[in-house]
Design a protein around this ligand. Structure first.
Ligand code: ZN
Length: 188
């Protein structure tokens, strides 16, 4: 089981490696890998389970973060109503994801980004494409899919796919002017 303690942390050099493609259909070992990634993200946002098993809440995790250099990542994003009830779930377990296209328009999160593998905060805007088109095998639906992602989902996907290429979010933050407001971007 993945816990906060078994997630590897920057500057572990494994986080800077490129991950390898996964062969399909999934081997038993790879199925277990993707199941554990998905389980972590789902359980991490359940306050009781998160406390019981020591899980830092997350919307995504990628295989390199547990030291496995394979192209897999899990994403689970909930929408909530005013009472805190879940109204919608957007979830994928992406295998071998490829970004087919990216918009010129950029987006960044107003709060900046965080990462399970990075302990210290790195304040600053992380500019990414506002819209992306991604092709992947989705281990949840067991189908090849093409996703048109916009806004928050597009940002999360780019963060996770970066992990498969050895890129961490602070690589995108301006060293000289981290609070620079890019006029081509929307802040969400
Ligand atoms: Zn991360």
């Amino acid at each position: 089981m993945i816990t906060t303690d078994t997630i590897i942390k920057d500057p572990n050099p494994l986080l800077r490696q490129k991950s390898e493609k996964i062969e399909l259909p999934l081997s038993q070992e790879d199925q277990q890998l993707v199941d554990s990634l998905y389980e972590y993200v789902v359980n991490s946002t359940n306050p009781e389970l998160a406390q019981k098993y020591n899980l830092q809440p997350a919307v995504g995790i990628a295989a390199p973060q547990i030291g496995v250099l394979k192209q897999a990542c899990a994403i689970v994003i909930y929408d909530y109503d005013d009472e805190g009830e879940i109204t919608n779930t957007t979830q994928f377990v992406l295998i071998n994801p490829v970004i087919l296209s990216k918009s010129a328009k950029l987006a960044a999160l107003s709060e900046g980004e965080g990462c399970l593998s990075i302990k210290e905060p790195y304040p600053g805007y992380v500019y990414r494409s506002h819209k992306i088109k991604v092709r992947a095998y989705d281990a949840l639906t067991k189908e090849n899919i093409t996703i048109d992602a916009t806004g928050y989902l597009a940002i999360v996907m780019q963060h996770e796919i970066d992990h498969l290429n050895g890129i961490l979010f602070y690589d995108h933050i301006s060293k000289t002017e981290p609070d620079y407001i890019n006029p081509k971007a929307i802040i969400i």
